[in-house]
Design a protein around this ligand. Structure first.
Ligand code: HEC
Length: 192
């Protein structure tokens, strides 16, 4: 009889211990949950649905920072005519759009170009498949080079920017040819 009561007492006590432990665990988990809630809502500035964008901006930032300051070419009416400002503008565009394949100095040694076949052209050496005159280089930047990873930039860069690239290439290459003045005058203004 005494035994039974003792057992019951034990059982009750154990149960009481379990409940107390459970209660403590519950209170702690609630406290943690609440703390997280407070943190997310008030301290972390909330969950921003545009957060993905800021991550993009953060990874894109170094590229922008590394590029030289863009040059204002808005006052240039005939962007195909030799002009120092166009060369500087072209260099800036080259760094952001072309250097990964063609290399910082245009020598065909960009990191993204190393595994390509055919390899990006060494623009300084200038062994052109499609020609090295301003009109020919402009055409290459319009449509690219078939059968290679050299794409056309007509859709992604305005014509003035592509003329700037042509002028930059002419400033670094050892193999440039000149268009006849008449040819340039007749064709360049109509090119898009
Ligand atoms: C994805 C890598 C890549 C990028 C980016 C790239 N190119 Fe190229 N480019 C190439 C490859 C590869 C060739 C060689 C194609 C061939 O030999 O058939 C080439 C060839 C050329 C040629 C020579 C065409 C000829 O007649 O031989 C010029 C000029 C040129 N690129 C300019 C540029 C300019 C300017 C940019 C930036 C707006 C640029 N490329 C961006 C890969 C690239």
């Amino acid at each position: 009889m005494a035994n039974t009561t003792g057992d019951a007492g034990m059982r009750e006590k154990t149960q009481g211990d379990h409940n107390a432990g459970g209660m403590v665990a519950f209170v702690i988990s609630m406290a943690v949950t609440f703390a997280c809630f407070i943190y997310v809502v008030f301290l972390s500035g909330g969950v921003d649905l545009k957060e993905v964008k800021s991550v993009e901006a953060a990874t894109a930032a170094p590229v922008v920072a590394a590029a030289p300051v863009k040059v204002d070419i808005s006052d240039i009416k005939e962007p195909w005519l030799p002009n120092e400002k166009m060369v500087a503008h072209g260099q800036a565009i080259f760094k952001t759009n072309c250097a990964m394949c063609h290399g910082e100095k245009g020598m065909g040694d960009g990191v993204a170009g190393a595994s390509l076949n055919p390899k990006p052209r060494d623009l300084v050496e200038g062994k052109w498949k499609q020609g090295g005159s301003a009109l020919q280089l402009f055409a290459t930047l319009q449509t690219g080079v078939k059968g290679s990873s050299m794409q056309g930039y007509q859709a992604s860069l305005p014509a003035a920017d592509r003329w700037a690239l042509v002028q930059f290439i002419h400033s670094i290459t050892q193999n440039k040819t000149a268009d006849s003045e008449a040819d340039l005058k007749a064709k360049a203004p109509g090119l898009k």
